[in-house]
Design a protein around this ligand. Structure first.
Ligand code: IVH
Length: 687
């Protein structure tokens, strides 16, 4: 391609990418690709300076200010940073600084090394010690006024400690720590809303909300990374950070003053190592000349200061080859396509598979088998295929076709209801994949907690056709199990039951007396999980009583909605489900006599979040105790949370409770709370 043509192409491509990144908070290419294309454009413009226009992406700093928030002109312009993608480039930056400032002056100054936090820059203006305005960076000169939202960020002081200066303009990064990001996405998904792709987008989205109350519920954090105008003369950045910290502003413990380039390189290395153990995302390290006088002397280009450089870590978004798209069949028969890829290291672990959710997601992402694809791992542990790298197509790629029959049992697939995006295998009773998943679920910790009934045992049992469905599980015998290699041992030339076989039979026997709510989970009735099962069991303590309940009866239970109520009554209409109940009863399981005594519902009507460690309880144990007393236990704090129980190590959930004014009790009050509910407590602390 001719350079002129390539220049135009890159300009329009990068303008589009910048729009997606800054305005839509939904980038379509990895940062690394963006950076690569930007460098290519810069190189062309170096050769042809006559092609540079003010509109060129190389001349832009940040997005055009979003007009929905009042534009504000920053007291002093907010610049960006130049990037280095290798240590050689850091060295080149250093050499340039030495040539401009002189070796001696630089040695006197030293460097400030910091994390490059992956969030968004904001400018805070304190007048007479009071936060009067907060703005996003915008195009560097004009940003958006986000004062109302920034005021809700807990760690940003409204008033500075001590006698602050008359005017202080301080810059820093607003970001969402990983725990808060996971919690936010969980809550969004629970509400049926679209989760954020990564913490940076979530932080940016949160700052642009129209309702500060909603922003307040987002556990945003902030760290200072610079100073704009101020009336207090400051000789160095390190001195500035000390002052900021004394005024009550958050500065990073990792910001370190260093003397030599070798130390800067070691800092970059060490930060790269520590990267995935941090509580928030970073995308690099920043080195800055510490001395303010020297900074002034070095000056800046239109885009970035010459006295600082950002070393960018290799990307968390990577490309790999999509080798195949296969489909898996889940416990409820849902057929899910997933990507099989050339194994690739991303964000600290090797990834070779990622779910593609359903056929329309595959179409939406536009991926073909054989494509080079962009793979991302956000703060989340779950890897996601973003889309294809179109330029890498060779023409040999082929489209994925969703199977029309179940890959496990051959039954014809179909949506459960008209309009559902998901396809399901209707052969619920005996599709081997569904039965396998149900049996594993039955043995799992939330089910009947049968340790010996894990994946291997279930596979062995199914391979020998020892059960037709879960109804037969309590009918397993030594004679049957001995047929499976897994459960055999050799005793003087005779086949005998192995230790794990014996253990499985013992555990099945013990499971027969588990409380009814565990059975409710074990039956794989749709939408019944460990949270709601005890509530249902408290109202209907036997399977007969539950079978006789109507949808309307069930909907009366706190926490049971119409979907769940319908799922329960539907379940009982299936004849083989009734047979499971009959077989289990005949085997002595799930009998009314063994139903655990119900505890008094001291927490009825309360929604409780347990966070941190509560002495004497496991993580599940504490929530089970809440549920056993009629309370609703949830994982995320919202306005409708009644109480947060904060044990040792409580983190973002506690902070969120405090910011929402949700009552908090500490772990020492937990026993009393279970016993007597809120009445038993001295007034809970209102924070
Ligand atoms: S200093 C004139 N320090 O990175 C100096 N920026 O790519 C400008 N950032 O706009 C910024 N961590 O949003 C600086 N320790 C740090 C940073 C940092 C993250 C962001 C900031 C800036 C962008 C430039």
């Amino acid at each position: 391609m001719e350079p002129r043509e390539r220049h135009q192409d890159l300009c329009s491509l990068l303008t589009q990418y910048r729009w997606e990144y800054y305005v839509l908070d939904a980038p379509s290419v990895p940062d690394a690709d963006f950076d690569r294309l930007m460098r290519e454009l810069e190189a062309i413009e170096r050769d042809h300076p006559e092609w540079v226009t003010p509109e060129s992406p190389t001349q832009q700093v940040g997005p055009p200010a979003d007009l929905s928030f009042t534009p504000v002109t920053h007291p002093s312009p907010m610049l960006s940073l130049d990037n280095a993608f290798s240590t050689d480039e850091v060295r080149a930056w250093h050499d340039r600084v030495v040539s401009l400032a002189g070796e001696a002056a630089l040695a006197d100054s030293g460097y400030m090394c910091e994390m490059k936090i992956d969030g968004l820059a904001v400018d805070l203006v304190y007048v007479d010690g009071v936060l009067t305005r907060a703005a996003t960076r915008g195009d560097g000169r004009v940003g958006e006024d986000v004062t109302a939202n920034v005021r809700t960020i807990g760690c940003i002081p409204y008033r500075l400690t001590g006698a602050g200066p008359g005017l202080l303009e301080v810059r820093g990064e607003v970001f969402l720590p990983l725990a808060g990001f996971a919690e936010l996405n969980e809550a969004l998904e629970e509400d049926g809303k679209k989760p954020f792709a990564n913490p940076r987008n979530a932080a940016a989205g949160s700052l642009r909300l129209k309702d500060p109350k909603v922003t307040a519920a987002r556990p945003l954090a902030f760290l200072c990374h610079g100073i704009g105008l101020t009336e207090t003369p400051l000789a160095s950045l390190s001195e500035a950070y000390e002052r900021l910290s004394a005024w009550g502003l958050p500065t990073s413990d990792r910001a370190t003053k260093l003397g030599t380039l070798a130390e800067v390189m070691a800092y970059i290395d060490a930060l790269g190592e520590a990267r995935y153990g941090l509580t928030h995302e970073i995308d690099g390290a920043v080195a800055k000349v510490d001395d303010v006088g020297l900074q002034r002397g070095l000056g800046a280009t239109v885009r970035a200061p010459r006295w600082a450089i950002a070393y960018k870590f290799p990307p968390v978004e990577v490309t790999t080859t999509l080798l195949d798209i296969r489909v898996g069949v889940g416990r409820t028969g849902r057929v899910t396509p997933y990507a099989v890829m050339t194994p690739v290291k991303v964000a600290g672990s090797t990834v070779e598979q990622a779910t593609l959710h359903n056929a329309s997601e595959v179409r939406r992402k536009g991926v073909l088998i054989g494509d080079t694809v962009i793979l991302r791992k956000a703060g989340d542990v779950i890897p996601e295929v973003l889309g294809p790298v179109l330029e890498a197509r060779t023409g040999s790629e082929r489209a994925f076709e969703m199977p029309v029959t179940c890959p496990e049992c051959g039954a014809e697939l179909g949506p459960e209801k008209v309009g559902d995006a998901d396809l399901r295998c209707p052969n619920t009773r005996s599709c081997p994949a569904q039965l396998r998943e149900r049996l594993i679920h039955l043995g799992s910790r939330t089910g009947l907690d049968i340790e010996g009934l894990g994946e291997k045992a279930v596979d062995a049992i199914l391979a020998e056709h020892l059960v037709t469905d879960e109804g037969d599980i309590f009918g397993l015998t030594a004679a049957g199990l001995i047929r499976c290699p897994l459960f055999q041992r050799d005793e003087k030339g005779e086949r005998a039951l192995s230790k794990i076989g014996e253990k499985l039979l013992d555990q099945l026997e013990a499971a027969k007396t588990k409380p009814f709510d565990r059975y409710l989970v074990a039956l794989s009735i749709r939408h019944i999980g460990k949270g709601v099962a005890p509530v249902i069991a408290a109202r209907y303590p036997t399977i007969e009583e539950l079978a006789a309940a109507s949808e309307a009866d069930l909907s009366q239970i706190e926490g049971v909605g119409p979907t769940l109520a319908a799922a329960v009554t539907d379940w009982f209409t299936v004849d083989w489900h009734a047979q499971i109940v009959g077989k289990w009863r005949a085997a002595g399981a799930m009998s009314p006599a063994t139903v655990a005594e119900t505890l008094p519902p001291t927490l009825a009507g309360l929604t409780v979040v347990v966070t941190g460690t509560v002495p004497g309880y496991s993580r599940d144990g504490a929530t089970e105790a809440v549920v056993a007393r009629g309370g609703k236990a949830t994982g995320s704090v919202s306005k409708s949370t009644s109480v947060v129980v904060a044990g040792e190590g409580a983190g973002s959930k506690l902070v969120k409770a405090q910011s929402l004014g949700v009552p908090v009790i500490d772990a020492t009050q937990f026993a009393q709370f279970l016993e007597r509910g809120l009445d038993g407590l001295a007034r809970p602390e209102m924070s």
